[in-house]
Design a protein around this ligand. Sequence first.
Ligand code: PMP
Length: 299
Amino acid sequence: MEKTENIWMDGKLVAWEDAKIHVLTHTLHYGSGVFEGIRFYETDKGPAIFRLHDHMARLFHSASTLEMKVPYSIKELEKAVVETVKANKITSGYIRPLVYYGYGKMGLYPHGAPVNVSIAVWPWGAYLGHDAVKVKVSSFVRVHPRSFVSEAKVCGSYVNSINASLEAKREGYGEALMLDYKGFVAEGPGENVFMVKDGTLITPSLGSILPGITRNSIIQIARDEGISAAEKNITVEELKSADEVFFTGTAAEVTAIFQIDNDQIGDGNAGPITDKLKKIYLDAVHGKVKKYDRWLRYC
Ligand code: PMP
C-alpha cells in the first residue's frame, strides 16, 4: 500500500510510522472492532468525501452492535475524517476509520477494554483491478444473519469474506460471489451485486447483506433515470441468465461481471445500463452532477 503522512489516533494526528498498537489489543485477537471504507475524490472545488455522514452513521450503528461506547460523537469523528484528509494533502483516496476494543483486557466479554479510534487515508486505485471481473459462486455461505448482525461492518465477520476471496483467487477468478443460507444470491466479499433483466434493475433484498452505501446510491440514480429498481430474492440461475450483472461498493465502485463460474453474462461486455449507471455514479462522486452534490463533503 502507498503510505501517506499522518494517521489520526485517539484525537491526535501521528506520523504514519508511529501509528502502532499493543500486540494484546482485544480486536487483534477476536475481531471485535468495526470499520468503514469511504472514498474521497478530486472535484473542481477540491477533494470531496462521498456520503461521509452515511458512512459514519453506519460506523456508529456497527459499534452499537458490539456495545462499544465510542468516545467521540459522530460530528467529532466526521471532523476528524476531514482533518485527516486535509493533513495528508492528497486529492483522492480511501479513508479507513476503525473503532476497536484496545489493550488492557482479554477474554470474549469485551467490556473493560478501552475503545480506541483510528482514521487512516491512502491512495487506492481500482479495487478489483479491472473494468470487469469473472466471479466464482463461493462454496462459503454468507454468514447467517443470526450469527452476526448483517447490517454491521464488524472486523471478525470479514473472515467469511477472506475465505471466499482466497478460494476464488486460487481457482483463477477475480472475485467471489456468496450465497445466503437459503441459497439465494447475497453479495461479494466486499461488494453488493446487481442484475439487469429486460431493462429492470434487481438486487438482493436486505437481510443477509451489508446495506451498501453505493448500492443505495445506484438505486437512487437508477430511479432518477426512470429505470425501475427492485429488491428481491435472486437465484444463481436467474443471475446467470441476466442481461447484465455488476458489483457495487465504495472500493469497487461499479464493476461489471462478465462471467459467473463458466457462464458468460450477456455478450461478455459491460452492458448499457451498467455503463450508464457507472458513468453517472462517477460523475456524481467527482462533483459533476448538481442534484447529487448533497452527497459530497468538500474538504
Ligand atoms: N458488502 C460488503 C460485505 C462490504 O464489505 C461492502 C463494502 N463496505 C459492501 C457490500 C459495499 O458497501 P458500500 O457500498 O457501503 O461500500
